[in-house]
Design a protein around this ligand. Structure first.
Ligand code: NDP
Length: 252
């Protein structure tokens, strides 16, 4: 079930890492509400074209922006070109993320850098690149995709957890800094959601994890998309600086 929020129609929203997983379903849910979905990707053009057509079929307007969130000049250029030709972006979902599950002892410095650069610095840089534009837009809402691991920690995920915990401090600061300009910023902390990221777990691990979840299952990308749409919409107009878990009760 896709929750509907009428005010998202024609809202211009950038989603990073929109090509698959949670980012793709957020894009589809927004398109279904008639939003202008500005989907970020870094893969091949033909897949981006397919996604654009899929989003338009779902009912939205769609524009692809190709950049890697760790490539600041390319990202700024793509965002500036879009805002100059189309107009201000009033919604942002910092969703692009990577994980590398390894014991701290084995974690290489370059792996730490790549996780922090993508998950934390990438989100900070996209937000910064858009911050001047946000002052011209109305009812701005930023949603940062963290993780329950950023709240509770997890063995073999030290760098990932640090990047996601950092995102929470960043989001609360942005919420305070930009509130007077009517810009809201909130955090979503998913638990286990069925995507390529969790498909990397073997069946036994999935079964074990499910046992520790009170709702006894992994969540769906559409469930995360519904929460994201709520936070982007004016239905959540008095919520900012908040950290919302969507984890089936895993971290109660
Ligand atoms: P996926 O691995 O399925 O997809 C990740 C997306 O991020 C892909 O579109 C990928 O692009 C993109 N991406 C990765 N690095 C970059 C980069 N440097 N620049 C631009 N795009 C990039 O992940 P999920 O959908 O599972 O996760 C989405 C977000 O949710 C992540 O931030 C993740 O940490 C978070 N999360 C997920 C959970 C889960 O259980 N799935 C739980 C908690 C949090 P490409 O296709 O080019 O690789």
């Amino acid at each position: 079930m896709i929750a509907t929020f009428a005010d998202l129609k024609d809202k211009v929203i950038l989603i990073t890492g929109a090509g698959r997983g949670i980012g793709k379903d957020i894009s589809l849910a927004l398109a279904a509400q008639g939003a202008h979905v500005v989907f970020n990707y870094r893969g091949d053009e033909s897949k981006a074209m397919e996604l654009k057509e899929e989003l338009e079929r779902a009912g939205g307007r769609a524009t692809g922006l190709k950049f890697d969130v760790t490539d600041y000049p390319a990202m700024t250029k793509a965002i500036d070109e879009f805002t100059k030709t189309v107009g201000p972006i009033s919604g942002l979902v910092n969703n692009a993320g990577i994980s590398k599950d390894t014991l701290l002892l084995r974690l290489k410095p370059e792996e730490i850098s790549s996780i922090i650069d993508t998950n934390l610095k990438g989100s900070m840089m996209v937000t910064q690149a858009l911050s001047r534009n946000f002052l011209k837009a109305e009812h701005v809402s930023i949603v940062n995709m963290s993780s329950i691991v950023g709240l509770m920690g997890n063995p073999s995920q030290a760098a990932y957890a640090a990047s996601k915990a950092g995102l929470i401090g960043f989001s609360k600061s942005v919420a305070k800094e930009l509130a007077s300009r009517n810009v809201r910023c909130n955090v979503i902390c998913p638990g286990f959601i069925q995507t390529d990221m969790t498909d990397a777990l073997n069946d036994k691990a999935k079964e074990e994890y499910s046992k520790s979840i009170p709702l006894a299952r992994f969540g769906s990308t559409q469930e995360v998309a519904n929460l994201t749409c709520f936070l982007l919409s004016r239905a959540s107009s008095y919520i900012t600086g908040e950290v919302i878990k969507i984890d089936g009760g895993l971290y109660i």
